[in-house]
Design a protein around this ligand. Structure first.
Ligand code: ADP
Ligand code: MG
Length: 370
């Protein structure tokens, strides 16, 4: 049993079930990120933890106590919304301590909590201003501060950075991570941004269409995605998925795909049980960064396979160069080093790290496990 337990939780609006049997046990001090496309049910799940939405069936408990029927104000949870929801007529200080006042916390204690959190978030010089006199990033800090002063069991964040510009979003992301490392609080954080999920979380729940598709550490999710949805949602540019056939070469299973000129390319698998798939179609998953030039290939890998193919469009991106090519009839992307000598329209010897390749069942789109 976790610190925060979501057990068999279903949510329906009328006849429509929008969350299907969600089971997540969150440990104390964990940073759990719920990630998925818009409409997949992230906010609904978060709102059920907060008590802002009823639970159709199943249980949510904190420290072993079922909170399904407990009023939001009595759950000892603090929430930071995307919109910040600050009171425009109150000062920053009042916004931050209003909740404590409502809970009957005496003034000296409120002042102490305010001073401590304001210092932590570096907003102590803003306490007398109104929200209208703050920048977006400052408002975001105030919204977090208001949650922090309450010292709750669990923090809930719903897309707290999505109203900030790109640069500020990255800065605040780092700050939230630092804050978590310092305070070791239990956090459930909703975002549609897979990079935020990867960088912030201790574990990620990838959601789609009301289902938790996979629950795991960022590394597990990235390296061993459960299915094609998770594989392509997490990572940018997305994992390349190409139709392939498993063929044995000297007894070892290879992926056979057609190259740009239509000639077959054979890539040796590291996964031995794919031999059972000999003669069958699969979907081959290869991440862009595992297709490089020979010098750029991962030296720790025991299975770098060379692949001659025609380089398509090359896009220098400063630190890397992205190269598109056709493989298995699909446009795929390779992420090469910035100074590699690849030219559009020329044959090139790509190095593919097949140790990192994954294979999916084309029918179910589930990963074929080793
Ligand atoms: P997300 O936060 O992942 O974008 P939501 O949790 O807001 O998704 O929504 C999940 C699904 O539930 C969506 O299909 C949405 O249309 C539906 N939904 C959310 N709130 C309501 C509501 N009050 N009544 C009916 N359907 C709703
Ligand atoms: Mg939402």
């Amino acid at each position: 049993m976790g610190f925060l337990d979501i057990s068999n939780v279903i949510k329906s609006y009328g006849k429509v079930e929008v969350l299907h049997r969600v089971d997540i046990a969150v440990e104390e001090g964990e940073f759990l990120v719920l990630v998925g496309p818009s409409g997949c049910g992230k906010s609904t799940l978060l709102n059920m933890i907060a008590g802002l939405e009823g639970i159709t069936s199943g249980d949510i408990s904190i420290k072993g106590r079922v909170i399904n029927g407990v009023h939001p104000s009595r759950r000892n949870i603090a929430m930071v919304f995307q919109s910040y929801a600050l009171y425009p007529n109150m000062t920053v200080g009042q916004n931050m301590t209003f909740g404590l006042e409502m809970h009957g916390v005496p003034k000296p204690e409120r002042d102490r909590a305010l001073a401590e959190v304001a210092k932590l978030l570096q907003i102590d010089h803003l306490l007398d201003r109104k929200p209208g006199q703050l920048s977006g990033g400052q408002r975001q800090r105030v919204a977090m501060g208001r949650a922090l002063v309450r010292d709750p069991d669990v923090f809930l964040f719903d897309e707290p950075l999505s109203n900030l510009d790109a640069k500020l979003r990255v800065d605040m992301r780092t700050e939230i991570k630092k804050l978590h490392q310092k305070l070791k609080t239990t956090i459930v954080y909703v975002t549609h941004d897979q990079i935020e999920a990867m960088t912030l979380s201790t574990r990620i729940a990838v959601m789609n269409k009301g289902y938790v598709q996979q629950l795991g550490t960022p590394k597990e999710i990235y390296d061993t995605p459960s299915n094609v949805f998770v594989a392509t949602f997490m990572g940018s540019p997305a994992m390349n998925i190409v139709p392939a056939k498993v063929v044995p070469v000297n007894g070892a299973p290879h992926a056979e795909v057609s190259g740009a000129d239509g000639k077959p390319v054979r890539l040796k698998f590291s996964q031995p049980n794919l031999g059972e798939w000999s003669g069958k179609d699969i979907l081959l998953g290869i991440r862009p960064e595992t297709i490089t030039d020979a010098e750029g290939a991962d030296r720790k890998s025991t299975n770098i396979v060379s692949m001659k193919n025609l380089a398509g469009v090359t896009e220098p991106a400063g630190s890397d160069t992205f190269v598109t090519m056709t493989l298995g009839g699909k446009d795929i992307v390779a992420r090469m080093s910035a100074d590699c000598e690849v030219r559009t329209g020329q044959q090139f010897d790509f190095a593919v790290n097949m140790e990192k390749a994954v294979a999916f069942d084309p029918q179910t789109e589930e990963r074929i496990r080793p």
